[in-house]
Ligand binder design. Structure first.
Ligand SMILES: [Mg+2]
Ligand SMILES: [Zn+2]
Length: 258
């Protein structure tokens, strides 16, 4: 997930033919603004989880290793874990975003480098039916857990637990909504990025077409504007014709509400 793992931008390659645009949503910090993974670790993991986190933050450990080591540090029964997950809030603007996507024929998927159990329980509780890809938290009996990585790839550019670059590459045309380092690689493949936090800084630095957002109400507006501007452009257009965005010349996109 570290930016330092992202190589210099390669020439754009032809995207695989696909007829529908896909919005790929990050979960921690984006759909669920309160960083649920950190919150669960804070509540249930041995304190050493912070040292592991620091190793990852410093770029000395892959997110793959970081996530697996942290999952093993959890000490919670399934009931305890689910009770805590039950308190996790989602951004209420997500409902409007989902409606817009349905109206405009845009598919949606959540791609998370966190725990699948968290995403599943939170979405069910919110009554949202959105396909998701996340790491598999496996109960080992009593209060022990381990993490399986069904979406890890040996050739992942960022050694992510869940290879978001692969999800971005699979989608013929994707729009990324996210906030952090785990989103850098898929943002690099996106037609348009709706970004906050370090992802917004990354997009500025790379000159990627993007707009900033604070919450999903903003993101919904930004997506609607972008779709209005780019509706007639083919989903699998080459990078030079991938889309326009008024803020791109200034490279920072438009501020929410601007
Ligand atoms: Mg995030
Ligand atoms: Zn990857």
């Amino acid at each position: 997930m570290s930016a330092s793992h992202c190589p210099v931008r390669r020439p754009p390659r032809a995207a695989p033919a696909k007829t529908r645009l896909v919005a790929l949503l990050d979960f921690d910090g984006t759909v669920a603004p309160d960083d649920p993974t950190d919150r669960l670790l804070e509540r249930f993991a041995r304190p050493e989880w912070r040292a592991v986190e620091a190793e990852w933050q410093a770029g000395r450990m892959t997110s793959r290793e970081c996530m697996q080591r942290q999952a093993v540090m959890l000490r919670a029964t399934p009931d305890q874990l689910d009770a805590e997950i039950g308190t996790i809030e989602i951004d209420p603007g997500i409902y409007g975003f989902v409606s817009l996507c349905h109206q405009r024929g845009v598919d949606i998927a959540i791609v998370s480098d966190g725990f699948d159990r968290v995403v599943r329980v939170v979405l069910e509780r919110a009554g949202l039916s959105i396909p998701f890809f996340a790491n598999t938290l496996e109960w080992q009996g009593a209060n022990r857990w381990r993490l399986a990585l069904p979406h890890a790839r040996a050739d992942c550019r960022s050694s992510a637990a869940n290879c978001k670059c692969a999800h971005g590459a699979l989608a013929g045309g994707c729009i990324v909504i996210g906030d952090g380092r785990s989103d850098f690689c898929m943002a690099d493949r996106a037609r348009f990025v709706i970004a906050k936090g370090t992802l917004a800084e990354f997009c500025c630095a790379r000159g990627l077409a993007h707009a900033s957002f604070r919450n999903f109400a903003d993101a919904t507006q930004r997506l609607a504007e972008w779709l209005d501007l780019n509706a007639d452009r083919p989903v699998d257009a080459p990078a030079s014709r991938r889309g326009v965005w008024p803020g791109l010349n200034g490279m920072s996109g438009r501020e929410p509400g601007a």
